[in-house]
Design a binder for this molecule. Structure first.
Ligand code: HEM
Length: 554
């Protein structure tokens, strides 16, 4: 009892001491932070910024152990780049986060130099993507990244990139597949396939048409299906009907996989991934069992109906039959490729269709360009793709949508001391740049009167009108380093030409065959920033639309 009383009587003074101790601790922490900030600021200002080779200064920060924690980047990344401290910095800087230093590359000439480097590597990113997102086994990922693996004999390994032999080989095969005649054939197959699907759909969209509660479903079910058929032949979808839904969930869940989200918290995402990998494996097993090198007819480019293209057939044959990779790992690798071939392109095409149908004047201009790009052969219409992709307003819609919505983070690791213009970065450091500062640079993209602010969709940014012509021309002048949806230099996207074809062909067929009311509020049409940094961002809301078969071809 006495001791209890003692306890009670000493309680107020204990509480007072505790509070005083906390107050001192806070004051001490604040003092340390301010001193730390002042020291890092003084060092930042003292770093010579004039005499090359210069060392990127460390960004001043308050918290010694934590470093610079960019809160705003996680809440509103576009504002972070356009109004935060980084918007003022036009040269490389060093940022310390949890004891690690990262080099942030700012300023368009530095970004171009960064992306042009052939001695920096993105292997870590590729390996993580294949392992985390595509479910490839550690053993296969390690083999792909191993310097001691040998490429097929016919492949003359040119060390033009800091990539392990199998990555370099795979990349060169992809570039060959997506260039020249192969790309042209792919484009033709895509158009024919999508035209058939749209015609079939159109028959149901007569009268008042069809209201789609989620317009994106049209793209998932028909546009993605046409894309997969045109690349893989009809076998993939015929053997796995309905896999396009799972495929889209897979594409949409990339951040979930990359953040190591436990399976139990995202069962739908992991189930979709397994379904897609299994579907690709089923298709490839069927194709390899049915393709016979002696009897299967090949077209003039060596493509066959089982594999859809020589590209998939030869990759499978080399990786699985010659090098002994597991067919499931091969399926993971192709799922990764199909992700690259579909995710960004579908999102951008979706936006372009929405933008054009929301603006009557733009819709009429686009319809006129599509008419000028259409050929009639034996009564049937066909697009002249070479003419279509040169149409100025169509190109401007494509480019402007990518400027506004494509936000890519470019990460590389230096494999030797590297010079970015006149800044020196040591070996084994991470360099990061984003497309966002260039894409959202209002000085470059917005007119002085700011009638079309940089955060609004306005294809006129890419059009030039000359006095002697009514028709504008498409132009990208002075935007080097500030329009980077496909990257630049050494790792430039090999699918960029096909991406344009995909978007413009889809747009042409949609405006030609349908009337469409976009039933969405402007709030729904804001960008969903949750996937910032991985490419084209989707809309934040669900967009409904009414599609009606078009009668008037005036
Ligand atoms: C609007 C659509 C697209 C965008 C915005 C886009 C963007 C990009 C970007 C930013 C890169 C990486 C560049 C770098 O790291 O420096 C890339 C790489 C790649 N893209 Fe695209 N891409 C698109 C469409 C496509 C299409 C349609 C395909 C295939 C048909 C494709 C296949 C690839 C592949 C295979 C790579 C990796 C290349 C390699 O590692 O060698 N992309 N893309």
């Amino acid at each position: 009892m006495a001791s209890n009383l003692l306890q009670y009587s000493s309680w107020p003074s204990n509480q007072y001491e505790t509070r005083t101790a906390i107050a001192y601790a806070i004051l001490a922490a604040a003092a340390i932070s301010v001193v730390h900030y002042s020291v890092t600021l003084a060092l930042y200002n003292a770093t010579p910024k004039k005499v090359p080779p210069k060392s990127p200064p460390l960004l001043p920060h308050f918290l010694p152990l934590i470093g610079s924690f960019p809160w705003k980047y996680f809440t509103d990344p576009i504002r972070f780049f356009t109004t935060g401290y980084l918007s003022l910095v036009r040269h490389p800087i060093r940022v310390r986060l949890l004891g690690h230093d990262f080099y942030i590359i700012q300023g368009s000439d530095h970004v171009l130099s960064h992306l042009s480097q052939t001695s920096t590597s993105n292997t870590i990113f590729n390996a993580n993507f294949l392992r985390q997102a595509c479910g490839m086994s550690d053993k296969a990922v390690d083999r792909l990244g191993s310097e001691s693996e040998e490429t097929p004999k016919y492949f003359e390994l040119k060390k033009y990139l800091a990539a392990a032999p199998l990555y370099a080989w795979s990349s060169s095969v992809i570039h060959r597949y997506l260039a020249g005649r192969g790309a042209h054939k792919l484009s033709q197959r895509f158009e024919a396939n999508l035209r058939d699907r749209i015609r079939t759909y159109q028959e149901a969209a007569v009268g008042d048409g069809i209201v789609l509660s989620n317009f994106q479903d049209f793209f998932t079910e028909h546009v993605t299906a046409a894309l997969l058929d045109s690349m893989c032949g009809t076998g993939l979808l015929a053997k796995n009907p309905g896999v396009t839904q799972a495929f889209w969930i897979f594409c949409d869940s990339l951040p979930t996989y990359m953040k190591h989200t436990p399976r139990i918290l995202a069962p739908k995402a992991y189930k979709a991934r397994e379904e897609v990998i299994a579907a690709v494996q089923v298709w490839q097993t069927w194709a390899s069992e049915n393709f016979d090198a002696d009897t299967t007819p090949l077209d003039e480019d060596g493509d066959d109906p089982f594999w859809g293209s020589k590209f998939f057939r030869e990759r499978f044959s080399t990786f699985v039959f010659e090098m002994g990779f597991d067919p499931r790992d091969m399926a993971s690798m192709e799922v990764g490729f199909l992700f690259g071939a579909s995710a960004n392109v579908t999102a951008n095409t979706y936006w372009c269709v929405i933008d054009v149908f929301r603006d009557h004047k733009l819709l009429n201009d686009i319809r006129a360009e599509v008419r000028d790009s259409t050929l009639r052969e034996k009564g049937a219409a066909r697009l002249d793709i070479n003419v279509l992709v040169q149409q100025p307003i169509l190109q401007a819609v494509f480019a402007e949508s990518l400027r506004l919505r494509c936000h890519v983070m470019f990460i590389r690791k230096t494999t030797q001391p590297t010079t970015i213009v006149d800044w020196l970065i040591p070996k084994d450091r991470f360099l990061i740049a984003w497309s966002t500062p260039g894409h959202m640079d209002s000085k470059l993209w917005s007119h002085s009167n700011d009638v079309h602010p940089v955060d609004t969709f306005w294809p006129g940014r890419f059009l030039k009108y000359t006095s002697d012509s009514e028709r504008p021309t498409f132009s990208l002048p002075g935007t080097e380093g500030s329009w980077l949806p496909f990257g630049y230099g050494a790792n430039l996207c090999p699918g960029r030409q096909f991406a344009k074809v995909h978007c413009l062909v889809t747009l042409a067929l949609m405006v030609g065959e349908f009337e469409c009311d976009i039933l969405a509020s402007s709030k729904d049409l804001k960008l969903d920033l949750s996937k910032f940094g991985i490419g084209v961002l989707g809309p934040s809301g669900t967009i409904s639309a009414r599609l009606r078969k078009r009668d008037d071809r005036g």
